[in-house]
Design a protein around this ligand. Structure first.
Ligand SMILES: NC(=O)c1ccc[n+]([C@@H]2O[C@H](COP(=O)([O-])OP(=O)(O)OC[C@H]3O[C@@H](n4cnc5c(N)ncnc54)[C@H](OP(=O)(O)O)[C@@H]3O)[C@@H](O)[C@H]2O)c1
Length: 332
């Protein structure tokens, strides 16, 4: 028995390959003074991981070569020298792609597995849920009666954005890839409409789905979808820029948005966001998302993959091909 872990071996070019990592066993670490040990059960696969592997200026330093790959994970405390965390506590935090992690409790959230299963605490009730909550409400500032459009609408963040938009009395329109995802977004999540960007003629589809124009566009994707949406934004619209996944594996920088003129003519506000910006308000997000979930107003779906630590590189790539359906999680 050891601690199996994924370390970054080199900076990937394009989609990751197994050769970009070393997957090895080490000893199970022993907690020191003030530390506790977590036996990790679920690893969150997040689109941002690809960016964390790159050199260059970002919102966090890159994962160093030879370091355990950074990840959100959820698990159970199995040994502790920290009075605030007891063996048996379920926790969520930045524990890395490995089977065991040590922590002093920084940015670790204790979670209630009687309220929702452990994997949901790295999904809709975890970081992606908090991102949707603060990104839409604080940056998007939707008002009842407005139209909110979100891309990657069936995914971890997008699915929550649209459902919060509905709760706030808005028209919610999703953009997703393929008929199955669109059906799910509309029929199960309760969005007013969902357009399939893979079916072609996105502009016409959007016009039909958002006949009064778009007041808030929650951006997860970038590229051509952003260009198309920009031309349908209403006066004083808001564009929270949460992610630009279409370019995360680009080996050459893509051409910038072509339709930025809409920012000028419609007096739009486009603002980037990082979930950590609201680090001190996470308890509020957990309480509100949890309450909506309990009331049945917020449906949450995980896509849990088997294969353990060794499957990490292959499972991660599913995010960039649309191969996931719901919050992508790796079972350890
Ligand atoms: N700013 C923050 O703090 C923060 C925090 C969390 C996440 N994010 C961002 O939020 C976005 C969604 O993340 P998530 O965790 O919720 O992932 P997700 O939506 O569950 O999965 C990613 C989805 O992106 C879509 N996609 C991938 N490549 C695409 C492309 N070239 N064009 C259009 N769609 C594409 C796919 O859906 P389809 O099959 O529908 O194409 C895929 O299923 C990402 O951009 C991520 O970086 C930001």
């Amino acid at each position: 028995m050891g601690n199996r872990m994924v370390k970054l071996a080199r900076r990937p070019k394009g989609m990751v390959t197994r050769q970009d990592f070393t997957i090895e066993d080490g000893p199970i670490p022993e907690p020191g003074a003030g530390e506790f040990r977590v036996k990790i059960e679920y690893i969150s696969l997040d689109p941002a991981m690809r960016g964390w592997m790159n050199e260059g200026k970002s919102y966090v330093p890159p994962v160093g070569l030879g370091e355990v790959m950074r990840s959100y994970s959820a698990g159970i405390v199995d040994k502790s020298n920290n009075p605030a965390f007891k063996p048996g506590d379920a926790v969520q935090g930045l524990f890395g792609v490995q089977q065991y992690a040590l922590s002093k409790g920084e940015r670790v959230v204790k979670v209630d597995t009687t309220q929702a299963p452990l994997q949901r605490w790295v999904g809709g009730l975890g970081m992606p849920g908090w991102t949707a909550y603060f990104g839409l409400l604080e940056v998007g500032q939707p008002k009842a009666g407005e139209t909110v459009v979100v891309s990657a609408a069936s995914g971890a963040v997008g699915s929550i954005v649209g459902q919060i938009a509905k709760i706030k009395g808005c028209r919610a329109v999703g953009i997703a890839g393929g008929p199955d995802k669109c059906r799910y977004v509309k029929d199960e999540l309760g969005f007013d409409a969902c357009v399939d960007y893979k079916a072609g003629n996105l502009a016409a589809q959007l016009k039909e789905a958002a006949p009064k124009g778009i007041d808030v566009y929650f951006e997860n994707v970038g590229g051509e979808i952003l260009d198309t949406v920009l031309l349908q934004m209403n006066l004083f619209g808001r564009i929270p820029v949460c992610g630009l996944i279409s370019a995360y594996n680009a080996t050459e920088l893509p051409q910038g948005p072509r339709n930025l003129r809409a920012l000028l003519t419609q007096r739009l506000r486009m603002q980037g966001l990082i979930v950590f910006d609201w680090a001190n308000r996470i308890p509020e997000a957990i309480a509100q998302l949890g309450a909506w979930h309990k009331e049945g107003k917020l449906k949450i779906r995980e896509d849990v993959r088997e294969g353990g630590i060794d499957a990490y590189p292959d499972v991660l790539n599913l995010l960039y091909t649309g191969g996931n359906f719901g919050k992508l999680v790796l079972k350890v």
